[in-house]
Design a protein around this ligand. Sequence first.
Ligand code: NAG
Ligand code: NAG
Ligand code: NAG
Ligand code: NAG
Ligand code: NAG
Length: 847
Amino acid sequence: MHTRALKLLAFVASATGPLAFAQVSQQSYTWENVKIGGGGGFVPGIVFNPSEQGLAFARTDIGGAYRLNSDDSWTPLLDAVATSTNWDSYGVDALATDPIDTNNLYLATGMYTNSFDPNNGRILISNDKGNTWTASNLPFKVGGNMPGRGMGERLAVDPNLNSILFFGARNGAGLWKSTNSGVTWTQVTNFPSVGTYAPDPTDPTGYNSDLIGLAWVTFDSTSGTKGKATPRIFVGVANLGANNIFVTENGGSTWAAVAGQNTTFLPHKGVLSPAEGTLYVSYSNGAGPYDGTLGSVQKLDIATSTWTDITPVSGSDLYFGFGGLAVDLQVPGTIMVAALNSWWPDGQIFRSTDSGTTWTQLWEWISYPTLQKFYTYDDSLAPWIGPDSVDLTLGDLQIGWMMEALAIDPFDSSHLLYGTGETIYGSHDLTNWDTEHMITLSSLADGIEETSVQGLVAPPTGPLLLSVVGDVEGFVHTSLTTPPTQEFQTPKWSTGADIDYAGNNPTDFVRIGSDTGSTLQQVAVSTDSGSNWNIDFGAALNVTGGKVAYSASATTVLWSSSTNGVLVSQFTNAFVAVPSLPSGSIIASDKRNDAVFYAASGNNFYLSTDTGHTFKVVSTLDSSTAPVKIVVHPNISADVWVSTDKGLFHSTNNGTTFSAITGVTEAWAISLGAPATAGGYPSLYAAATISGTTSYFRSDNEGTSWNQIMTQAFYGSISSNPIAADQRVYGRVFLGTNGRGILFGVPAGSAPPPTSSASKTSVTSTIKSSTSSTSAKPTTTPTTHSTTASPTTHSTTPVSSPSPTSTSVAGAFSQCGGQNWTGPTVCVSGFTCVVQNPFFSQCVSSS
Ligand SMILES: *[C@@H]1O[C@H](CO)[C@@H](O)[C@H](O)[C@H]1NC(C)=O
Ligand SMILES: *[C@@H]1O[C@H](CO)[C@@H](O)[C@H](O)[C@H]1NC(C)=O
Ligand SMILES: *[C@@H]1O[C@H](CO)[C@@H](O)[C@H](O)[C@H]1NC(C)=O
Ligand SMILES: *[C@@H]1O[C@H](CO)[C@@H](O)[C@H](O)[C@H]1NC(C)=O
Ligand SMILES: *[C@@H]1O[C@H](CO)[C@@H](O)[C@H](O)[C@H]1NC(C)=O
């Protein structure tokens, strides 16, 4: 192989050897979300500030935190903080808004407390409601995407002396205190419990075996006076069968278990009703967010130290734990609680106006199969989020699941917000619950974009963009500013994995899913740019995930699967193995020659000229060990680019010879888009390290010189974010993220997107921490499907569709029985089918 001639640059000798530099300029770009609307992931926490009207925040598990705007939309706050090295700042395990100086906002960030995350956690501190941040490094990890992430809040500001904060840690690290507004932290060594509960102590990945630790910290504001440390503080701990709520009466000098507590379940929320002098607690028999088959709601009269069980339902009606708990600060005694997971027929929310003595609920059975709903449903801000009705046989849920975040606006009793596994819902007529018992339930997640994007295609014709995303399905995007009306239909898998188009027939698409245990084949094709799809019955049922490539004339699907190596199918015949390619090879189709496919593995580059049936090594990619992406010129056959851990390579002869692009030392996603001048070579976009800077770049001259097109926000780990360059609009590029949805970038000052509705841009702030670095090489890469055991996406499909046959196995928390049930009655390993009621049996964790 030969090396590309050097232009505009020189070799620079350094102590470690020659280093080549390419010319890099910065170009100001504007980045905004492609509007999906509705979130698309778990929202474990929503917190209103009790002192400033309208001030509220939401936290997510892999997509950062958001601030509520007066028009019900949300503004993302952490895009400038979640750099490629500090990607785990998008995992927010706790949030505290200061009741005294309402400008102050604190977040406990970090994604995992096990080996999935190399970084220790941080407390992020903002003095301007989240626009800018400083970081305080913690000496332990924080787990924003760990089990129990909906318990909380673990972080709290003293409502009488706001320089004091407490943080309850996971992982055995115990209780921590700051007396200087979060700048430094010391362990409260006399706190009696670090928590003993782990969801599955035998989990070899460390994910479910890690201690949940401390779950929430609640100050009793009424116990103190302004300007002095609050004496009474309650702390909830993940202990099962042992004391799990502790209290101090002297600001933390000494601690004791609260007398008379019932330790049967884990305390998820401890919410103070100051006017009543009451602490309300919701309990579940698991840490959540997916589990919970029993639970209770209790209240503590603080003055008399008396507990009362106020669980809203009992007997066979109680087949879930409790999560979200809210008090109406304007109307003492009005409280609400959510079933954490009522997987069938739907989620449930309860409301009491007499401090829990009596309750009403959001729906009731009239008689099976008729539900009486005490709400009307409005998903106009995210029409795809549906379903518009609850289908009892399909297990669709409308109200939601994983309901840990529930909050009533402290300044507006009619305003409710709650988080689910997929979105934020709420109401602006909540008080109608108490009069006509009918509220409007609305999708209120506008501006929250937290999908984990697996693949993007910006085709040369038809819709602007097609996406496949984790946990949801994927979308045809015909507008950048209006949410899609539906996700991909028929087939629907729990998670999309990849998508490709056919170069000569660019309305022909193939997509694959990674829905392990699904009763549907995981390949589907479309001939109408993704409006309609047909299952490819050539696929075996047990093959899932990976990457897919569609031949130029849409005759052949090449599939580098996660489970079964590389497979090929022509004319939708049965997929057959491609033994000449190693498992896990990256693959691509030529966009003009139907017979040609490309692949790479290690430093070998492979070519197939017989529609993917056999491959030969035709060249090597220097010392690369991990090729990432192959892209092919959309108009010219045999013109191929490959990104690897050792650089960026270009070939114009089917990969027979490659030039290494000077100055690029590592590259991930790459894409070719509209040329700068008509008829010129396509613009080239790369997520890469170029001349020592790791960022997103565009080259208009085949990689000779580069424009750095992202300088203010980072959107998490660069190594896992896919790119699709717009082939029609020069300069426009789409960027997929792992938890912040899809962005589009355009040169600053260029024309607005094709449709007009207002969209909120993210806050482009910088972090003022000495530890942050924007150019360092990323370490561990949190790609969404890197580890089968790694739950790096964050929500879940509620209940998988019933199978038409009874031979298959029901998935975790899925339906596995009930009257007239024809689906699977056996659960996946580790789960047992448990009768919940005559109509519904569910796979629950065996442990
Ligand atoms: C504790 O709670 C469990 C579950 O709600 C209940 O069965 C038990 O009777 C309670 N124990 C006491 C002493 O109240
Ligand atoms: C998938 O099913 C085929 C045919 O039943 C079987 O040969 C193969 O081993 C299975 N693969 C996996 C990964 O289970
Ligand atoms: C690429 O391979 C195809 C198939 O063998 C062949 O027709 C074509 O001429 C090759 N192109 C180049 C530039 O080598
Ligand atoms: C492909 O060719 C078409 C027709 O000449 C042209 O308009 C388009 O810009 C080309 N695409 C790229 C990415 O160069
Ligand atoms: C089961 O089927 C019978 C007969 O069709 C019907 O009457 C009954 O309502 C069904 N029950 C359920 C729970 O669907």
